[in-house]
Structure formats: C-alpha cells, structure tokens
Write a protein of this length. Structure first.
Length: 192
C-alpha cells in the first residue's frame, strides 16, 4: 500500500503545480492588463509553457544578431533539467517575445528567476519582456504563498533596471559597492 501511495504523490504534486501554474498565469495577466493596458495590446498577450518549438526558435533566430552569438543556451534542455520549474513563454500577436525559466525553492522560501531572454527582433512587447517576466515571477510567489522573489546571476548591465522594479543587491554586494567595488551580483532580491 505504501509503494502505491508513493507512486501517486508525485502525480498529485505535479497536478497541484499545474493548478498553481494556471492561477499564477491568470493573476499575472490581470496585473499586466492593469499596468500596461494603455501601452500594450494586452488582450493579445498569451502566456504558457515553453515547448520545443519555442526553444528551437530562440536558438535558431534569436542568436543571429552579432551581440547574441556568444549565448550558448538550450532552453529545452534547461527546462527539462529544472525540478519545480516555472517555464513561461511570452507571446503577442503570434510573435514569441520572451522566454523565462524560474523555480521555487525546496522549502518554498522563494521563487528564483533563473533565465530570461527576450526576442532581439522587433515585436509588440519590445522593452516590456523584463517587467512582464517580473510580474509573472511575483504572481507565482503569490500563488505559492511565498514572500521573496530572487533573480539569479543577472546581467550586471541590467542591475539598475531591476532595481527600478524594487529588486536589490544582497548585503555582501551592498558592502562591495560601499567600498567602491563592483558588485558580484549573484543574486537580487525583492520582498513582497
């Protein structure tokens, strides 16, 4: 009897995650509409899981601009490797505008945004992929009852932009900045 229950629990956990995923996506769409309805075609934004076709498109066409050729990242492989993953594709008007991959911590202490990439070509959400991804991450935190969202290893050029959304350096990095050193920026944090 115990082995049967052990086999059922992961399926129940996966079902629970999918229900929370749906709730978080719905809440994110409400927040996106409230915040950006005057700037974006919010009724045409679609959020969903990352599928192979999405990762293939990102690898094939997003890496063509010279400034992106150094990126050696496989969305499909990373998505499969993540446990407790939060994978979201951001679409608008049939354009794949962005991909994000996050996870919740084992003890449900935080949601961590691990990877975020926006389509470098023109699309309807140009310049808004990051704030939309942060809204999504915060919606997942809310759906799981978590009060902290982290950004793992952000691009150092984007620290000020993340800070404008309420994310801050950890104590060690704040001390480095105080001593006029560059932050290592391994983690940015926001308490909700």
């Amino acid at each position: 009897m115990e082995s049967v229950q052990a086999g059922i629990l992961p399926a129940n956990e996966e079902l629970t995650h999918e229900l929370i995923y749906s709730e978080a996506i719905a809440d994110a769409m409400i927040s996106i509409a409230a915040k950006f309805s005057s700037q974006l075609p919010v009724d045409e934004i679609k959020l969903g899981h990352i599928y192979y076709e999405d990762s293939d498109e990102a690898s094939r066409s997003w890496r063509l601009p010279e400034k992106r050729q150094y990126i050696d990242f496989n969305w499909n492989q990373e998505r499969r490797n993540q446990t407790k993953r939060i994978d979201v594709s951001i679409r608008c008007r049939d354009f794949l505008c962005g991909l994000m991959l996050g996870r919740r911590s084992k003890n449900r202490l935080c949601i961590t945004l691990r990877y975020l990439e926006g389509n470098p070509h023109n699309h309807p959400l140009k310049g808004f992929v990051m704030p939309i991804a942060l809204i999504i991450s915060e919606s997942f935190a809310d759906a799981y009852g978590i009060r902290q969202v982290n950004i793992s290893r952000p691009d150092k050029k984007l620290i000020e932009r993340y800070a404008s959304f309420g994310y801050s350096l950890n104590a060690a990095d704040k001390a480095r900045v105080k001593r006029n050193n560059s932050p290592r920026a391994k983690l940015l944090t926001k308490l909700l």
